[in-house]
Design a protein around this ligand. Sequence first.
Ligand code: PMP
Length: 383
Amino acid sequence: MPKISDHASSLQEAVSVRYNNAVYDIKRSGKDVIVLSLGEAFFDLPPASLEGLPHPEGLHYSHSRGVPELRERISRYYHEQYGVSVDPEAEILFTAGSKAAIYFSMMAVLNPGDEVLIPEPMWVSYPEQARLCFAKPVSIPYPNKVGDFEHFLTDRTRLLIINNPNNPTGYVYSKRELQYLSDMARANDIYLLSDEAYSDFLVDRSFVSAGCLDEAKSHTIVCNSISKNLGISGWRIGYAIAGAEFIRQLLKINQHVITCPATNLQQYLVRNFDSLIQTTTPQITDVVNKRSVVADYLQKQGLEAVSGSAGFYLFVSISPSALDSETFSMRLLNERQVCVVPGFGYGPSCDKFVRLSVGSEPLDRIYRGIDAIKSLIAETRHA
Ligand code: PMP
């Protein structure tokens, strides 16, 4: 085989995706596995019909910023829901999931050798995407407070990425903390990228977008998608909201890499957005409530989770076990048929945690999964 670039071969696999691929393989062989590793909540949604959508337009490329009506609808959503005003003509761009929106934003900001600050636990793709830009991810170890972040700034820092609410902890940044970070970005002339993929997963819907604290959008990039909030991850539709000049830069990257997300799926969203929101809203409330029921169960079992209230993940400590998180998770999968994601994927300071999701299994099976975690901890306890 001809040589692969050093760059590609040094890249780490996305650990959560690796574990979920293992689940698909086990299930295909006919075995049961309790899946606490999936990064999505399964909603009961009607089958999507493409009938009646604009035809033949839906078969063809659409505007590289996204279908205009979808830009308008999501801009209105960000305004009504979170109070961020967005110009649909200039300040929003649709791409292939928020994963691409985040990566393209990094491409637009970073020169080789520039530094990206990322507090741990950090979503698995941030550091690898920074490396794909020949930049240097600088992680802020767990535990940390926003007041500590500035100690990690150097004259090479160009970007700070936060994930609000946080995957995997469910932590939600307060308005004060966001203000502090927004001020810090402005004072140091760096970008604050706020990944808001789980923005609706709060029981009281009290989410504050980083977009609220930078009206001019001079130092803020917001990324979001339909994957989590609408439970439609497979369609790969996400977006970035930022200042007009920044979006113009993203547009060039979008044009060269994906052209546009699937046109008919964008059209479907325009037509069905309101009914989708109506359908998913109560289901989001259910899953966030389920998260707190599971948090109580963990506590009753004597297991500790990092405190957080949003989303559908829990970041559970395995520190009484002598195993690292990868060995622990592999043994849990192979010996007890329970799949979680090892904490090391969220940064080296998180190797004594595993992430579990309450989004795709019923409560009784989640409890069985937790019992298995507890018993593996007991079996591998430090001497
Ligand atoms: N950010 C976070 C924190 C995520 O957990 C995910 C998906 N697991 C994404 C971004 C990417 O989601 P998508 O590309 O499907 O929008």
